[in-house]
Ligand binder design. Sequence first.
Ligand SMILES: C[S@@+](CC[C@H](N)C(=O)[O-])C[C@H]1O[C@@H](n2cnc3c(N)ncnc32)[C@H](O)[C@@H]1O
Length: 252
Amino acid sequence: MWSIVTDRAKRDGGWDADQFFASGRATIDELWRVADGLGLPAHRRRALDLGCGLGRLTRALAVHVDAVLGLDISPSMIEQAQRLHAAGQVPAGQVPAGQVPAGQGVTFAVHDADDLRGHPDGSFDVVCCLLVLQHLPSVQAIEGHLGELVRVLAPGGLLMLQLTTALPPPVQPRGLRARLRLRTRLGTLLRAAGVGPAVLARVLGWRPPMPMTAMPDERARAVLAASGARVAWACPRDLGGGERDCIYLVTR
Ligand SMILES: C[S@@+](CC[C@H](N)C(=O)[O-])C[C@H]1O[C@@H](n2cnc3c(N)ncnc32)[C@H](O)[C@@H]1O
């Protein structure tokens, strides 16, 4: 859960599952309220959550639409998303406000592709992609994904999108930082050679590196416009230390 929402205070098992899923409901409900004020989406049949992780936002979306599909590149995330969803289901009729009744259309699947081929144009009324695209290796890869997210969005649909728009400039590490970087590199080499992550964490204090890619706001808007989409609302945020992001509500 910490690798999904990297709250400093929740490191090393600090997230409680109820709080974790409540954070997803708070995010989706707030964005839904804003979108509703904009008259979006036109229909509430199918939603797609790309990069769904453990289903934090997928399950929150299920309250607002008939069916939601969560896709993630990581088989272990999907396996845990399915397990957590099954464990969290409660029988219809005993459903606390804001929770998904058992059996309601939530589906998770592994997705390891650069595009959304297999999903026809305009096949989702709602598309969600929050806290994901910064993990792609290049701006070009983010551009390709933006085009695909817009392509599968129905006319009058709602795309909830978040992008990292700026990152702090890289610093040349010295002293302790340089030693830590060497340790990270050694750990990454040993991981590639097949040593398990738990062993590396115990012996080396290794954590997998988390590379980040930013796409500036002007570029994002140009790519979305070229794909036929319109930004209906945007919330730029200063995350401190030179890092910025923006949440967009987009339609076409
Ligand atoms: C920080 S988590 C966010 C998960 C979820 N969106 C949330 O906010 O709870 C990022 C997720 O994106 C997934 N991911 C990264 N690259 C991806 C890609 N190219 N396609 C699909 N999923 C991807 C990761 O496996 C991870 O589960």
